[in-house]
Design a protein around this ligand. Structure first.
Ligand code: GDP
Length: 298
């Protein structure tokens, strides 16, 4: 299944419920099977899927006992599906909370083109506007133009910046940048790493080395919300390389509904903190699980 279809599949099933003339047990089983298949194909954990279906059945039974008829049943089913999908996104793990007056390092990882460099800048801008002392470090020595891109972004949002286009070792750059900004008492030091292609083990190795050298308080995994392939595998690969603590899904301003978000959460066991909703630096929205699910279901 193409994962970008998860949202469309779920909303199709919910529309089927809305337009049904009668909801009986056979029909309920059929739509719950559809929802189950869609979620399992997106690698949402079985326990979550099982909880969703049990919960819908329980609510339907309770409703029938109370009302004795099927009127308004559709609303109950939809509400329960929304609640349970929202629960999947409300992970037990909470995102790292920055503390004032302390230097904290946050490393951004993700595939090339996911929007990582843009997102580091948006993230920096978000905190600068709240009065935090923020710095950006570019240790992407792999992609031509990465240094210039982040340097220019940093200048636009008036953020401190460190990079060294002459140095080829990203571990050295990351360590130097973090050290300098720690000495200068920056509170949030954001490290932008090389965007990677999935097949490149060497680049994953490099990411691990940077991670070991700078020992960040938080690793943020940036994922393109419009990709139509296996988000789960991608998120899992990053989760296996470094300890991902939170997730940002980008490019949700276009047609993408972001069904891959459920897979990213399932793979990393980490909360989504922001959504990227455009190319400018204030196009970063704090993540709201419930409104995200409502949008996903259309
Ligand atoms: P990186 O290779 O992961 O560092 O990706 P970049 O930050 O260079 O972004 C790749 C492209 O995606 C650029 O053209 C960005 O402007 C664009 N981009 C990043 N985030 C978003 C977003 O939330 N919405 C849209 N529409 N475009 C984005």
């Amino acid at each position: 299944m193409v994962l970008a279809d998860l949202g469309s599949k779920l909303s199709q099933t919910l529309k089927k419920i809305t337009s049904a003339s009668k909801i009986d047990d056979v029909f309920l089983t059929e739509v719950l099977n559809e929802i189950t298949m869609a979620l399992l194909s997106a690698d949402v954990k079985f326990e979550h899927v099982a909880r969703l279906t049990t919960s819908v059945r329980t609510q339907v039974t309770l409703f029938m006992k109370k009302e004795g008829k099927y009127t308004n049943m559709k609303k109950i089913i939809r509400q329960t599906v929304v609640e349970e999908l929202t629960n999947i996104l409300n992970t037990e793990k909470t995102p790292y909370e920055f503390k004032r007056g302390k230097s904290q390092v946050v490393m951004f990882v993700g595939l090339q083109g996911a929007g990582k460099t843009t997102t580091t800048t948006k993230f920096a801008y978000h905190y600068i506007r709240k009065g935090w002392k923020v710095a950006l470090v570019c240790c992407d020595t792999w992609r031509a133009g990465a240094f210039d891109q982040l340097q220019q972004n940093a200048a636009k949002i008036r953020c401190a910046f460190y990079g060294n286009p002459k140095e080829k070792n990203p571990v050295t750059i990351a360590s130097e940048g973090v050290e300098i900004f720690k000495q200068e008492k920056y509170e949030i030091i954001i490290v932008d790493t090389s965007g990677r292609h999935m097949q490149e083990d060497k680049l994953f190795e490099e990411m691990k080395e940077i991670n070991e050298a700078i020992d960040p308080e938080e690793n943020v995994f940036v994922m393109d919300g419009s990709i139509g392939q296996a988000c789960y595998d991608q998120a899992l690969a990053f989760r296996s390389a470094v300890n991902v603590g939170s997730v940002i899904i980008t490019k949700l301003d276009g047609h993408a509904k972001g069904g891959g978000a459920l897979s990213a959460v399932a793979a990393t066991d980490s909360p989504i903190i922001f959504l990227g909703v455009g190319e400018t630096f204030d196009d970063l929205e704090p993540f709201e699980p419930k409104s995200f699910i409502k949008r996903l279901l259309g």
